[in-house]
Design a protein around this ligand. Structure first.
Ligand code: MF3
Ligand code: CO
Ligand code: CO
Length: 271
């Protein structure tokens, strides 16, 4: 790494991007969001998660972009699709067919001109229960509280605290084993963005930092386990889990959200 690049890393190894880099992230983030918008009408009872993934792969190809997940640590799909008690990293399958009342997270990461767009959101199949609806709303609103805490001078602890405080005040729990991450020209970079913590702890937010916030929230206990496929994370108590993910960049007075839904479809629940 040359001297100039080194000077753009904090002592925690977090890259401080240039003003011109926001445009690259904006384009990548917008494509991820457009793809998540485009699959919304396909999410219905009787549809398989494998077919949804196939459609996502085609949309990425058609856009002339590249999937960041295909080939990542041996992962072979263009998305992760996590249904009901699956917390994250659900593997799409033609044998996994959506049924009435299912809730699911679809997570897509695309590479556009070298920049990573990473976002996930919740979808519903048929009519969902009141408690599932409440879980989705609280998870969405926790992410929005966290984004409101993103500005120079605040810390990553403030971001995590915003999620934890909101979620626990609704008597739900925050998953600890998975976190958000720095991103940019790499998929997963420092820091680990925890979705819990105390105000003022961890690194200070500075202009030009790019990272995801992607809280996973469970209706029951926070503990997870990984299935024998080595990817699928589920709640240990089999309670329902939800997740939303945005990629953001810290600006002089707040942040830019790179993965906003152009169609306004980020949350399936009317707030
Ligand atoms: N998109 C996920 C994230 O938010 C990572 C998925 S990695 C995969 O960081 F290999 F499981 F696809
Ligand atoms: Co991510
Ligand atoms: Co993601």
């Amino acid at each position: 790494m040359d001297k100039r690049n080194r000077e753009h890393l904090t002592r925690d190894g977090i890259r401080l991007h240039e003003p011109g880099d926001f445009e690259g992230m904006h384009r990548a983030g917008r494509l991820a969001a457009e793809i998540l918008d485009a699959v919304a009408p396909m999410v219905r009872v009787g549809q398989s998660t494998g077919a949804l993934d196939e459609a996502i792969g085609k949309l990425i190809d058609d856009a002339g972009a590249v999937s960041a997940t295909i080939g990542y640590r041996g992962y072979r799909h263009a998305s992760c699709i996590s249904v009901n008690h699956v917390v994250c990293h659900g593997i799409p399958s033609k044998r996994k067919v959506l049924k009435n009342g299912d809730i699911l997270n679809i997570d897509v990461t695309v590479i556009v001109n070298g920049w990573h767009g990473d976002s996930s959101r919740m979808y519903t199949a048929g009519t969902i229960s009141r408690r599932a609806e409440r879980l989705i709303r609280v998870t969405h609103d926790a992410l929005m509280r966290a984004i409101e805490a993103v500005r120079p001078g605040n810390t990553f602890g403030d971001v995590g605290h915003a999620v934890q405080n909101y979620v626990e005040s609704h008597r739900m729990s925050v998953v600890r084993e998975f976190c958000g991450h720095g991103l940019g020209q790499v998929f997963h970079a420092p820091p680990n963005v925890l979705h819990y913590g105390s105000p003022g702890s961890h690194a200070e937010l500075r202009e030009g930092m790019f990272f995801t916030i992607e809280p996973m929230v469970n209706l029951g206990r926070p503990e997870t386990k990984i299935l024998p496929d080595d990817w699928t994370a589920v709640t240990r108590d089999r309670s329902l889990s939800a997740q939303f993910e945005h990629a953001v960049g810290v600006t002089a007075d707040g942040c830019e959200v790179f993965t906003l839904s152009p169609a306004g479809l980020f949350s399936p629940i009317r707030n």
